[in-house]
Design a protein around this ligand. Structure first.
Ligand code: AKB
Length: 314
């Protein structure tokens, strides 16, 4: 029997591409997409879609019973920049939705959970370069606090209640299909849209702000690998460090200039600079590489070529 999957927050940047990938692996009828509304029409029309508010336990439970769900991917979250504007909303959504899903797994109503964490779990006291898997974590954003606390709960539910929960600390994710919303790393997607539309971009981070980043293909590949690995290979039940590349706004602008020579970037840092300053500039993901054979593929110039090609054809 095929695995039956529910994706909560499927209309978002990562959720949408994860839905398409999981449908290609498990079959469209085995992957139920859900979100708050029908706004992402391409996604809604590509298979079964349910309206689910991630904060509503009853609607998640009813959907699991209706479709005999084994596995939930909980992709709904308020990200770092929006979280600073609406701290209590971010806390409520990010924590309540996680408890709903963990409690369904604890009650054995579902078998497996994927929950994304983030580099936002780290803070200004964390070693900035090659941040190790186990290190000081004193996040200074609400989003980072929810992710760090969430990681603790994931490990707790695994140890106390034998819940098969798996997680990755995603870096900034670059993609062309669905735009990100409310993050500090969003500039690395906006810049490609603006390069094609206006040949210039005003960046909200300063030119030398290096952050860990990754192309969507790599992020999806890592997620699928983690979720299909044998349970005894998953030694970390909080969340795995995950690394692709690291770059600054200046470096991505130079990469774009190789394709669009007239492209210009200017810098006007806002409150998101403060968030970026508190995060690592590169991540050591050797534990993920060792435990379940993870390896990224895309470097910055490959990302730039693929982004510009796909956005021009959109
Ligand atoms: C954000 O910028 O908030 C997210 C993240 C790094 O988790 N993209």
């Amino acid at each position: 029997m095929s695995e039956k999957i529910l994706i909560i927050g499927a209309a978002g940047q990562i959720g949408s591409e994860l839905t398409y990938k999981l449908r290609s692996i498990h079959g469209a009828s085995n992957v139920i997409a859900s979100d708050l509304n029908y706004n992402n029409l391409e996604l809604v029309n590509s298979g079964t879609f349910e309206i689910i508010d991630a904060m509503d336990y009853a609607s998640i439970k009813i959907c699991c019973e209706k479709h005999n769900i084994d596995t939930i991917y909980l992709m709904a979250a308020i990200l770092s920049a929006t979280g600073e504007k609406f701290p209590m909303k971010a806390w409520d959504l990010n924590m309540e939705s996680l408890f709903h899903v963990l409690n369904l797994a604890k009650a054995k109503a579902i078998k497996k959970v994927f929950w994304p964490s983030s580099i936002a779990v780290f803070g200004p006291t964390t070693p900035k370069e090659n941040t190790p898997q186990h290190t000081t974590m004193e996040p200074t954003t609400v989003y980072g606090i929810t992710k760090q606390v969430g990681e603790r709960w994931c490990q707790y539910y695994h140890e106390k209640y034998d819940v098969d929960v798996r997680s990755l600390r995603y870096p900034g994710i670059i993609s062309w299909k669905t735009k990100p919303g409310g993050g500090t790393t969003d500039y690395a997607v906006e810049i490609y849209h603006e390069a094609l539309k206006h040949k210039n971009y005003e960046c909200f981070l300063s030119e030398h702000t290096a952050l860990p980043m990754m192309y969507m293909e790599d992020a999806i590949d890592a997620t699928v690998k983690l979720m299909s690995a044998d349970a005894d290979k998953i030694k970390i039940r909080s969340s795995y460090n995950l690394s692709g590349i690291s770059f600054t706004p200046k470096e991505v602008a130079e990469s774009i200039k190789k394709q669009i020579p007239e492209f210009e970037i200017t810098y006007n840092p806002d409150f998101r600079q403060h968030i970026a300053n508190s995060w690592p500039s590169s991540i050591d993901d050797s534990v993920a590489r060792q435990d379940w054979d993870w390896k990224h593929q895309f470097d910055l110039d490959q990302i730039t070529k693929d982004m510009l090609k796909n956005l021009s054809n959109k």
